[in-house]
Design a protein around this ligand. Structure first.
Ligand SMILES: Cc1cc2nc3c(=O)[nH]c(=O)nc-3n(C[C@H](O)[C@H](O)[C@H](O)COP(=O)(O)OP(=O)(O)OC[C@H]3O[C@@H](n4cnc5c(N)ncnc54)[C@H](O)[C@@H]3O)c2cc1C
Ligand code: FES
Length: 300
């Protein structure tokens, strides 16, 4: 028996890029009926402060016997020690992750992907447009800019959801609305409560209330369902924001997360290492990336 253990140890691959670290759930609560919020940190607490990342990056999360999948980091690196995630229950792995309770563990490897070009964005105005689950990576960017407020210009955040009960982080954003160094606007497609005090309409209706925009000096970041991109990109281009300064986070099915398996390839790009943040300039050259018609001439 002892001999067998030694043999297994000897077979261990040093610096295996696919070896996850074990993380523990510190806090978990529902954001909506099918989306849970998690705060987690490495089981080895000494590793917690060593985990550096950029807003917009993702990790591969795994559970033994269930599989592995990519998830955006929703927290900001400016508040180290703990990572935050939003997980929507859509299938096998997410269903089991959704059921995990505080103190239970799961595997994490990463961070992966390019993230937002924070250094280039410094000194510029920032306009963030989030729809539905798109808030997951964009909350990281929003909190990062708020924590480093002096390094950025004007900050605007537009947030859309289908219904008030489906708006992720609704209470948190209601509180952030009080800040005078942030213009935060929210909308729902439909108010089924009769108590919604913000706008009703698609997220694009919020563009009317933006006020003056210094387009050439602005970086825009958008994330949401594929249908949202077509209309949001049209608005951002209409404002005059240069296409290379319009950024979007895209989802693609992934297996390895490190540019080895080819599952996430689009033409010559790998979403896991060249993305998931792309500029609208990039996307116009990869039409099938977000669905037919998303990059038609009217927008370009
Ligand atoms: C970079 C990136 C970041 C992500 N961030 C988050 C996040 O923060 N929170 C979150 O909840 N989810 C996120 N996702 C999506 C998440 O990885 C998938 O929901 C997950 O892989 C589903 O696994 P499952 O085993 O639960 O689903 P499965 O049982 O494999 O599938 C359930 C259903 O969902 C469909 N499906 C599964 N994965 C995808 C996919 N990637 N694209 C389209 N359809 C799919 C399947 O076809 C099936 O219909 C992200 C994906 C990417 C690529
Ligand atoms: S997920 Fe394997 S190459 Fe991108």
């Amino acid at each position: 028996m002892r001999k067998m253990c030694v043999q297994l140890d000897e077979r261990e691959i040093p610096d295996n890029p696919f070896q996850p670290d074990m993380w523990r759930i510190v806090r978990r609560y529902p954001l909506t009926g099918d989306v849970n919020f998690y705060q987690a940190r490495p089981v080895d607490v000494d590793e917690a402060l060593k985990f550096n990342y950029t807003p917009g990056q993702f990790v591969m999360m795994s559970l033994l016997g269930e599989g592995e999948a990519p998830f955006c980091i929703s927290s900001t690196p400016s508040r180290p020690g703990m990572l935050e995630f939003c997980i929507r229950n859509v299938g096998t792995l997410t269903g089991t992750l959704f059921g995990l309770k505080e103190n239970q563990t799961f595997g994490v490897r990463g961070p992966y992907g390019n993230g937002f070009p924070i250094e280039k964005m410094e000194g510029k105005d920032v306009l963030i447009v989030a729809g539905g689950m798109g808030v997951a990576p964009l909350r990281s960017l929003l909190l990062y800019v708020l924590d480093n407020r002096g390094k950025f210009g004007k900050l605007t955040y537009l947030h859309g959801a289908k219904l008030p009960g489906e708006m992720l982080f609704r209470e948190e954003f209601m509180q952030l609305k009080e800040r005078d160094d942030l213009n935060l606007l929210m909308s729902v497609d439909k108010d089924d409560t009769g108590k919604w005090t913000e706008k009703v309409g698609l997220v694009t209706t919020l563009f009317k209330d933006l006020g003056p925009i210094d387009a050439k000096n602005t970086y825009a970041a958008a994330c949401g369902p594929p249908v949202m991109y077509k209309f949001v990109m049209a608005e951002l281009v209409k404002l005059g924001i240069p296409k290379h300064q319009i950024l979007m986070t895209l989802e693609r099915r992934m297996k390895c997360g490190v540019g080895k398996c080819g599952h996430c390839a689009i033409e010559y790009l790998y979403t896991c290492i060249d993305g998931p943040v792309f500029s609208w300039w990039d996307v116009l050259r990869m039409k099938e990336l977000i669905g037919r018609g998303a990059s038609d001439k009217a927008i370009a």
